[in-house]
Write a protein that binds this ligand. Structure first.
Ligand SMILES: [Fe+2]
Ligand SMILES: [Fe+2]
Length: 497
């Protein structure tokens, strides 16, 4: 299926590898020769029913018996890995798929740089590696839980199908991490795998590990923003883990990235189609001022200032997912070679060890911003965050082109890195989107202009009426340029049972 330009690089990462066929005649489809490892197979087979129970309890509510036009991976070759067909979600073939092994691959960074990549867990780094896998694994079921009620307010069958596709793939990403835990970490791995099914997004007693994965995804605009901004954190983390010296993690993440590309596509085009509907309705009604919010909302479309506030919210909570800009844990993950930087192996201009290198980190010192040169090893998170912010811009530019083409004087922008942050250098400071340090009073007076306010959320929720006739779309969103797998506009993507 088609993907926008920005996503090509993640597909690139598997290009050039040999085709590896996935065995679908086994209970757990896989390309890791599961049947030859009886102990592992038994462990995964005992986890499987618990997973299915979790999916029934926490997966998409109300559509478990509907037939959904889903893409299933049948190989990990980029040119032919997808097969499309109507499937009931609980019957989806969640499998264990690793990108093929690259002969002679070496550890790309840190103190073991240049040594052969590990095929087994390096004993001295066992607990750090397990933690990295658990934290990544925890985000996967979390997003399914966050999105479980959205099917009921889908703006079209096309969008509903995309939601469910994202959901089943996040389920598969959980499988990918559970495979690593169970295969390589013995009893503690099995316990962690079970705990991944027990935490719940937003639950007080046993929440998901990271903050943004405990936020609600109450409406479709949130879903599109989430898949554009928060799944992009997923892309960055997976890309950094794809550089891991622990080869099974690297191979797992390389394949996951190809699925992540679709999630980002869903987010980018979802916001873009929202903007298209808004601009078209404004033009038709003769509204020239995008800030004439009352008039725009009467048309049943989302005003552009509200889109900016939604984007501000999702960007800021997602930036917190990168952790403290200056972090000794991140330094350790890099120095051990367990996690690289974005595109580590392709980066030119440094030694990939970073013993003497520095990186510029913006900090707040005595009430003002100061750019400080910090040992690069300790600034690994800051660097990944900066790469993320740069990666976000492509889609935003494409959104702005739509607005510009329609002739409206409005641009979606990224807020200052310190805006609305709870973690890292800017936590505890009040910073405006244009990067001014504010007093508490100034912040409270203005924050309703910068983050979605109660009126905004009520308005969005008033738009969330399901539209499930094939080929029809809710007022606030334009049809897609192309159908999934080139299906015609009126195709029945979900046969609702
Ligand atoms: Fe994922
Ligand atoms: Fe994702």
């Amino acid at each position: 299926m088609s993907q926008p330009d920005t996503l090509v690089e993640s597909v690139e990462q598997v290009r050039g590898d040999a085709f590896v066929e996935v065995k679908y005649d086994e209970a757990i489809p896989n390309n890791v020769d599961l049947s030859s490892d009886k102990q592992l197979l038994r462990a995964l087979e005992s986890w499987h029913p618990n997973y299915l129970q979790w999916w029934q309890d926490m997966g998409p509510e109300g559509f478990q018996t509907s037939e959904v036009y889903l893409r299933t991976a049948v190989g990990v070759d980029p040119s032919g890995w997808a097969k499309f067909g109507h499937v009931k979600m609980p019957d989806y073939r969640w499998g264990i798929l690793l990108a093929p092994r690259v002969e002679g691959r070496t550890i790309p960074c840190g103190r073991h740089k240049g040594q052969p990549a590990w095929q087994e867990v390096p004993g001295e780094y066992r607990s750090l590696l397990r933690r990295l896998i658990v934290v990544q694994g925890d985000t996967e079921p979390a997003s399914v839980e966050q999105q479980r009620f959205l099917g009921k307010s889908a703006p079209s069958l096309y969008d509903m199908r995309n939601l469910f596709q994202v959901n089943v793939e996040e389920g598969r990403h959980l499988w990918a991490m559970v495979y690593l835990l169970v295969k390589y970490f013995g009893k503690d791995g099995r316990e962690e795998a079970q705990a991944l099914l027990e935490r719940r997004s937003g639950q007080q007693d046993n929440p998901r590990i990271l903050g943004a994965f405990n936020e609600r995804t109450p409406d479709w605009l949130s879903f599109f923003m989430f898949t554009y901004f928060t799944d992009r954190d997923g892309k960055m983390q997976l890309a950094a883990l794809a550089e891991s010296g622990f080869d099974p993690l690297s191979r797992s993440c390389r394949f996951m990235l190809t699925e992540e590309a679709h999630h980002l596509f869903v987010g980018e085009t979802g916001v873009q189609r929202t903007i298209e509907a808004t601009c078209a309705a404004m033009k038709k009604a003769g509204i020239t001022d995008p800030h004439d919010v009352a008039a725009v909302r009467k048309l049943g479309v989302v005003d552009l200032p509200l889109l900016q506030r939604k984007a501000n919210f999702h960007m800021s909570v997602t930036r917190d997912l990168f952790g403290s800009e200056i972090s000794s844990n991140a330094a350790e993950a890099f120095s051990t070679g367990l996690k690289g930087r974005f595109n580590e192996a392709k980066l030119e201009g440094d030694d990939h060890v970073l013993q003497d290198a520095t990186y510029t980190v913006t900090r707040v010192v005595d009430g003002r911003f100061v750019d400080e040169a910090v040992p690069a090893l300790r600034a690994i998170n800051c660097r990944l965050l900066d790469d993320y912010i740069a990666d976000c811009q492509g889609g935003i530019d494409r959104w702005n082109k739509v607005i510009e083409k329609a002739g409206f004087a409005f641009r979606i922008t990224q807020p200052h890195k310190g805006f609305n942050r709870r973690i890292g250098e800017f936590a505890g400071h009040r910073i405006s989107p244009d990067g001014r340090l504010l007093t508490e009073a100034e912040w409270h007076a203005a924050q309703g202009n910068w983050l979605p306010n109660d009126d905004d959320m009520q308005f969005i929720s008033s738009l969330m009426k399901p539209c499930v006739e094939p080929g029809r779309y809710a007022s606030w969103i334009a049809p897609p340029a192309r159908g999934i797998n080139n299906q015609p506009q009126e195709f029945e993507y979900v046969k609702i049972a």
